[in-house]
Design a protein around this ligand. Sequence first.
Ligand code: PMP
Ligand code: GLN
Length: 379
Amino acid sequence: IDTKLPKVGTTIFSVMSQLAMEHKAVNLGQGFPDYEPPRALRDAVTRAMGEGCNQYAPGIGLASLREQIALKTERLYGRRVDPVSEVTVTSGATEALFSAIAAVVRAGDEVIVFDPAYDSYEPAIELQGARAVHIPLTVPAFSIDWQRVRDAVTPKTRMILINSPHNPSGATLSAGDLDELAAIVRDTDIVVLSDEVYEHIVYDGATHQSVLRHAELAERSIVVSSFGKTYHCTGWKVGYAVAAKALSAEFRKVHQYLTFCTFHPAQVAFAEFLASDPQHYLELPAFYQAKRDRFRELLKPSRLKLLDVPGGYFQLVDYSAIRDEDDVVFGEWLVKQGGVAGIPLSPFCDKPPGTRLLRLCFAKNDATLEAGAERLCKL
Ligand code: PMP
Ligand code: GLN
């Protein structure tokens, strides 16, 4: 068959979760919590199903949910967005990212991505007949070298895709970074796609620098988030995109034919939950910081070197003192011989990163973190 995506196989997340099951490993690979969403939220979904919210929702999302998203955006980032024309509910952030890329990027265009880059970006770009231009982040801080970005911009550059807090490193962009980006895209027609699914998970008192705080960038950006990360329900696949009216209109042209609408009962539940408990996401930094710190403490006796984690729910570890080998090889060895599943970084990079780093997810109960750490400390 004449494949459109010759470089694409099964995602590393599915591969590692499958291996973790086969080898009864502690699964610190694929990023999902092993605890439940808030009780009130689960009850609200059940109630919505019982009350007949089982047919198509409005294509752009339930009005009450879009209003809550707009309220949250104003409350957190000081930006007033119109829930009618600037907020669209999607089937997870993955759908929002795909719709945004398909709506904006044409055949022959270039899209700048930063490696390691979340694995859904490049296939979405390639399916448009466009090309991803990869710029490696600067290790070990995983920061952006803006001179490299300036050098990479060409008349074909149509989009720059950023992700903060960053998966897999947890690195966060500063207000200064956003100013650099704004200066680069000023007087061009480049659209910024900002993947902010970990927007509520930043540590040590830091503030998430959403593109929505930056008036100039916000005008030309599509900002994507995911309720899966925020409310511990990755399996519900509900996310959203915020963009200025004209961009949202283009975004919606794709969204309406990709999925048309998103799971109705969950939208009712999120709208209710956000209205009745607007605090939940404000408590996430403390909730995850406790997990991060506990996991790091548990790993202290190990031979792993721990990188800093400013945001997100992943810990990068340098395993070079244990085995000096490629990260995919090490990841396989670890799940089979060490009984712990993690995620290598190579699948998120165009060129082998040359690092000896593995990603471990700490969005887990204490018992899981303890079981994983116990095995890791034996290596
Ligand atoms: N972007 C990033 C950086 C992610 O880590 C993830 C998944 N965890 C997604 C997008 C996709 O989110 P969703 O599950 O809502 O589709
Ligand atoms: N985003 C999750 C991660 O980074 C996985 C999502 C998926 O499995 N597609 O682990």
